[in-house]
Design a protein around this ligand. Structure first.
Ligand code: NAG
Ligand code: NAG
Length: 447
């Protein structure tokens, strides 16, 4: 007897924890290489390592929702990876301000001004630059006072506040402890006092929340009142970065970080008893009933070490795929690695690695392995195991992780997940089902 009821209950509980979201903003790239912690030479010889703790000059998402973190003349794209020179992506920033840094940046969101909608704006000293798809708009750079009359030069931070978050489409500017609301429609400027806010050096809107960066910490704030609710500031490296050698000290902090991190998952699975295991970088989160546990992968799955590509559960074992190898652990306290593993993925399932995701639905013995948009079926009872190309998922270019449970197949991409009733329905889907949030709805993060 499978404990399907337990799983149903467990998922129902988790899924009821938060309201659904309707906007996809995050598409963190799953370029797997172990890029975190790497260092990059600055032109003046200093090392730029965001995992060492860093105060950013500006933060903004691009038109695809990928966050850009600016520091000096460098730029970090996404939640992990090396710094690049900003002028490689935005060459004109350099023409006017050699060796400068970006003071502030935001992505415009304005339904009332389609000319500006989704453009990235950068502020350097007295100038503003507007880019769309990494191309400088004609006529830019312009004086800040021309485009945003009433807004001072030499800003510290900026963030968009579209309707209905703000009454009208608005841009919030920060300079020292002064805060300005610029109404895009009327061009009216309101000076605000955000008493509980630290001075921000960068700010951005992400997943419909507003974040102010200060030092190597951040605070989530209400864009209208400037109030900071909850336990802030928090450490930027815990939530917006993937750093292998950085972690909070206590178990509770581990759990909260894994619940609430916006960094994409590497793999997820639910086992026969309904426990969910989610893997991200060097850590994992497990959920059994309403009990959460989090630790390093190294401590529970020593042989695997870190950064798994895909995991599926089958007959009391976790099959964990990393690059072109398969590791198999018997689920238990502690999990034990089976003799003879890791084995090449090619020998075990007949598939060349790396793969993106894998899952087995309860009572079936078919492993569905997803690589890019292709799904392979492998009959786990057959010898030898031969993959059959089952079909493709057309709704996604690639996915981060997937698992199968009583409700169907959960597909995770970036900060969102989608539930399909069956693998067949997943492949035939012409439109995406309702979008859910990973942190809130799957892991019960409360902020
Ligand atoms: C980009 O910036 C670096 C360092 O500031 C400089 O050496 C390089 O010449 C710049 N490249 C371009 C294309 O402007
Ligand atoms: C915030 O900025 C103001 C200037 O606007 C400055 O006087 C104050 O010291 C700053 N606070 C901190 C904590 O840096």
């Amino acid at each position: 007897m499978r404990l399907v009821q337990t799983l149903t209950l467990c998922l129902a509980l988790l899924l009821s924890l938060a309201a659904p979201s309707h906007q996809q903003e995050s598409q963190d790239k799953k370029d797997k290489p172990h890029a975190d912690g790497h260092q990059h030479e600055l032109h003046h010889g200093a090392k730029l390592d965001r995992c060492a703790g860093m105060e950013f000059d500006a933060v903004a998402v691009n038109e695809e929702g990928i966050p850009y973190f600016f520091k000096g003349d460098h730029l970090f794209k996404g939640f992990h990876g090396k710094a690049e020179l900003s002028n490689e992506t935005f060459p004109e920033l350099d023409d006017h301000h050699h060796l400068g840094h970006v003071d502030a940046a935001f992505r415009m969101h304005s339904e009332d001004s389609p000319d500006h909608h989704d453009h990235q704006f950068f502020f350097l000293d007295t100038k503003v630059f507007s880019y769309y798809k990494h191309k400088l708009e004609k006529g830019y750079p312009k004086d800040i006072s021309e485009v945003f009359p009433g807004i001072p030069d030499h800003l510290d931070a900026a963030v968009e506040c579209p309707k209905p978050d703000c009454t009208d489409d608005t841009v919030i500017f920060f300079k020292g402890d002064e805060i300005y609301h610029f109404n895009m429609k009327t061009k009216k400027v309101d000076e605000k006092e955000f008493k509980s806010m630290p001075n921000c050096t960068g700010a951005f809107r992400y997943m419909e929340h507003y974040y102010c960066f200060h030092g190597h910490q951040f605070s989530k704030f209400d864009p209208i009142t400037g109030e900071v609710h909850g336990k802030y500031p928090k450490e930027t490296r815990d939530y917006f970065m993937r750093c292998s050698h950085f972690g909070s000290k206590s178990t509770d902090e581990h759990i909260e970080r894994e619940q609430c991190s916006r960094v994409h998952l590497d793999a997820i699975t639910s086992d026969d008893d309904g426990s969910v295991y989610a893997f991200r970088g060097h850590h994992f989160l497990s959920i059994t009933g309403d009990k959460f546990h989090s630790d390093t992968i190294e401590s529970a799955f020593k042989e695997l070490h870190s950064e798994v590509d895909a995991v599926f559960s089958y007959e009391g074992h976790l099959y964990m795929i990393k690059d072109s190898d398969v590791f198999v652990y018997k689920v238990g306290e502690p999990h034990t690695h089976l003799e003879g593993y890791p084995k090449p993925l090619k020998d075990e399932l007949g598939i060349e690695g790396p793969v993106d995701a894998a899952f087995v639905c309860a009572d079936k013995h078919i492993a569905h392995v997803i690589k890019g948009q292709t799904i392979y079926d492998v009959d786990l009872k057959a010898t030898p195991r031969v993959p059959v190309k089952e079909g493709s998922i057309t709704q996604f270019k690639r996915i981060d992780a997937a698992m199968c449970g009583p409700k169907g197949v959960t597909v995770v991409f970036g900060n969102h997940y989608y539930i399909f009733e069956s693998p067949m329905i997943m492949m035939m889907a012409k439109i995406l089902p309702e979008q859910h949030r990973v942190s809130q709805e799957l892991f019960g993060c409360d902020h």
